[in-house]
Structures are given as structure tokens and as C-alpha cells.
Ligand binder design. Structure first.
Ligand SMILES: [Cu+2]
Length: 406
């Protein structure tokens, strides 16, 4: 079959040297111990992957309990399960937990566990730094949730934390402060991990494994790391400004002092939309491994899968204002972001068609993994198609923001 035909392996003289030069010190330590100390001090990528996965499942439980509370409150009219104030906090922390403490670490679990295995590396490029990433992430996750105990409750501004709701005037407790600082800590963890995994993919591939021989899952995870690398600094800037507004009396987001609240929305969504692909691309990668395996066929159109992933990675930066269609950004902006949002359906459509073509004529085995993968494709097709129609926006006239002095 044409897809499997690849040029013969070319091992350059540099490859063997590169492998011989790898630092081996950290690997000489015993890694297989079963005691809890071996888990706390581990620098083994598989174990760190498992630590990410287990922690992610724990916070999935926390986020699930929060979702349950939201649904209980909304199950009947005039519910009294949660007060209005607590509802806002649970609603916010549910979103924050699901995005930053569940899906992102779950992707990190897959990346840590599988990337070195898929590219034939002994571990990630910087195993100790990898352990540091995990522990910084866990500290940030715990810090964020300590606001329930010592911060007067969780953040109550929505996971997107729009100004002016995030200002001290509207949210006087320390919940939003924990949000601003906690997410900065989590950002450091993801940034360090992203650099580590990018270096791993670029430098530690086994001899003969060119970039275009990398498994698609590793490709999607690599693109995800680049998105993290460029998206996290943007939200860090936003969180930094928010922190200064709240703790040190700065006026970056105060309309009374002439600030434009849209600044936050722009900064947040320039991070927030690439974040959507940070969350979905690892899943695309998993699906791209499962479907060929249980179709007994190689993935259809490998090159198209890789380059559509790269295209999604680039185009994901040009659609952020579709989260701001009703913010009064003006008809030209709305039209431009409508169009760019429709265009991003093209590379995602390529992926769906290639998954279907992979299954076409294959010897399908509907194992649990395959059922999940096929359901993901079905769900994503529905979501993707509705995304195209939702992006058809009616431009609203530019509005001016009310201030308390008017
Ligand atoms: Cu978006």
C-alpha cells in the first residue's frame, strides 16, 4: 500500500554521536522501587506520566462534584442548594478545574508517558526538570483550591474572569487573587514542561526517525507544546496585570480610570482560543493511533494529518475574537473573525475525512478504545459543523462601556 512506502532509513553520522552524548547520570539511579518515596523522587517519564494522570483523575472528581452542585442548584426553580455567592464560586472553580486541573494534566500524562516511547528515547530531554514541572503543577493546583479554606471562597468571576467582574469592587474576597496567582504557578509548570518536550521531540529521536516518521500522536502533542509555549505568556501577562490591579492598586482594568475592559478579553482569548486546541489536539493524536490499530490499516494520509494539525496550530491564533462577538468590537472585526473561524473548519474537516478513510475497508474491531475513538469522531463532527454555523455572526454596533460616573 502506497501509504506505507517510505524511503529507506538514513542514519547520519551525527545520530550515533547524539545518542552517545546523552546524559546518563539520572538514569543510573534505581527507578523501579515501589515505596512512596520512589514516587516522590522519581524522574522517570512513565512514572511522572502516571502521577499526572492520577492527579488529573482526582481533580476530575473535584470538578465533577462542583458540576453536581451546579446541577442540583439548577434542578428546580428557586433552588436553595447554593447561595448566589457560592454558586458563582462553584461555577468558576468548576471551569478552572476542568481546564487547568483535569484536561491539561491528562494531556501531560499522555505526553510524558508516550512521547519518549514513540520516538525511541530513553526519557525526556531533562528528566529532573520534568519532575519539577509536575510538582510545580501540583503545588499550583493545591494552591488554587486552598482559597476555599483560607481565601474566603473560590474565585467568582467565571473561568474567563472578565473584568470588571474580577475587580476588588465586585469581588472583594481573595478568591480572584488565588485565581491570578494560582494560574501563574500552573503556567510556569506547563511552560517548563513544554520546553522539555519540544527539546525531546527535536533532539532525542532514535536514529533514522525523521520528523515525518514520528507517530501522529507525538506530532499532535508536539504542536500542543508549541501552542502552550506561545499562549501561556499571554495569559501570564493578563494575570500579572490583574494581580497588580487587585493587590497593588493599579488601574489596568478600571473603566473609571480610563481603562478599557476589552483589554482583558483580548488577552484572555488570545490565550483562550489556542487553549481550545491545546485541549483537543492530544485527543486527536490518541484517536489517530486507535483508529488505525483497530482498523488493521495504516493511517490514511499521514502527511495530511500532520500538516492539518500544524495548520490548526497556526490558524488557532487568528480566531480569538469569536468569543467577543457581542462585546461591541465593531462590524469589521466581527466579519473578519467570522471568516477565520469558518476557515479553521477546513483542516479539522481533513482530519475527520482521513479518520473515516482509515476505517474504510479496514478490518474493524470494535474494542472499547475503538468505540470511544469513533464516538469522538462523531461528536467532533457534530461540534465542528455547529461551530461553522455559530461563527456566522451578526455585527453589533460598537458600544461604549458605562462607567459609574455616568
Ligand atoms: Cu475559540
Amino acid at each position: 500500500m502506497a501509504i506505507t512506502e517510505k524511503p529507506p532509513l538514513e542514519i547520519g553520522p551525527g545520530d550515533a554521536v547524539r545518542h552517545a552524548e546523552r546524559p546518563l547520570g539520572v538514569f543510573t539511579r534505581p527507578q523501579g522501587g515501589r515505596g512512596w518515596r520512589d514516587w516522590l523522587s522519581t524522574v522517570d517519564h512513565k512514572r511522572i506520566g502516571i502521577l499526572y494522570g492520577v492527579s488529573a483523575m482526582f481533580f476530575f472528581l473535584v470538578g465533577g462534584v462542583e458540576a453536581l452542585l451546579i446541577r442540583l442548584q439548577l434542578a428546580a426553580p428557586d433552588g436553595s442548594v447554593l447561595s448566589a455567592d457560592i454558586y458563582n464560586q462553584v461555577y468558576t472553580m468548576h471551569g478552572v478545574t476542568m481546564v487547568f486541573l483535569f484536561v491539561m494534566p491528562l494531556a501531560a500524562a499522555f505526553a510524558n508517558y508516550f512521547i519518549p516511547l514513540q520516538i525511541g528515547a530513553r526519557d525526556v530531554a531533562f528528566p529532573r526538570l520534568n519532575a519539577l514541572s509536575f510538582w510545580i503543577w501540583l503545588s499550583g493546583a493545591i494552591f488554587l483550591n486552598t482559597s476555599w479554606l483560607v481565601g474566603g471562597g473560590g474565585a467568582d468571576c467565571g473561568w474567563f474572569c472578565y473584568s470588571t467582574n474580577s475587580g476588588v469592587a465586585f469581588s472583594p474576597s481573595h478568591g480572584v487573587d488565588f485565581y491570578a496567582i494560582g494560574l501563574q504557578i500552573l503556567g510556569i509548570a506547563s511552560l517548563v514542561s513544554a520546553i522539555n518536550l519540544i527539546v525531546t521531540c527535536l533532539n532525542l529521536r532514535a536514529p533514522g526517525m525523521t520528523l515525518m516518521r514520528m507517530p501522529v500522536m507525538t506530532w499532535m502533542l508536539l504542536i500542543t507544546q508549541f501552542l502552550l509555549l506561545f499562549a501561556l505568556p499571554v495569559i501570564t501577562v493578563a494575570l500579572f496585570l490583574l494581580m497588580f490591579d487587585r493587590l497593588f492598586g493599579a488601574q489596568f482594568f478600571n473603566p473609571d480610570a480610563g481603562a478599557d475592559p476589552l483589554l482583558w478579553q483580548h488577552l484572555f482569548w488570545i490565550f483562550g482560543h489556542p487553549e481550545v486546541y491545546i485541549l483537543i489536539l492530544p485527543a486527536f493524536g490518541v484517536v489517530s493511533e486507535v483508529i488505525p490499530t483497530f482498523s488493521r490499516k495504516p493511517l490514511f494520509g499521514y502527511e495530511f494529518m500532520v500538516f492539518s494539525g500544524i495548520a490548526i496550530g497556526f490558524m488557532g491564533w487568528g480566531v480569538w475574537a469569536h468569543h467577543m462577538f457581542v462585546s461591541g468590537i465593531g462590524p469589521i472585526s466581527v466579519a473578519a473573525f467570522s471568516l477565520s473561524t469558518m476557515f479553521i473548519a477546513v483542516p479539522t474537516g481533513v482530519k475527520v475525512l482521513n479518520w473515516l478513510a482509515t476505517m474504510w475497508g479496514g478490518k474493524l474491531r470494535f474494542t472499547v478504545a475503538m468505540k470511544f475513538a469513533v464516538a469522538t469522531v462523531a461528536m467532533f463532527t457534530i461540534g465542528g459543523l455547529s461551530g461553522v454555523t455559530h461563527s456566522v455572526a451578526r455585527p453589533t454596533p460598537t458600544t461604549s462601556w458605562p462607567t459609574s460616573t455616568t
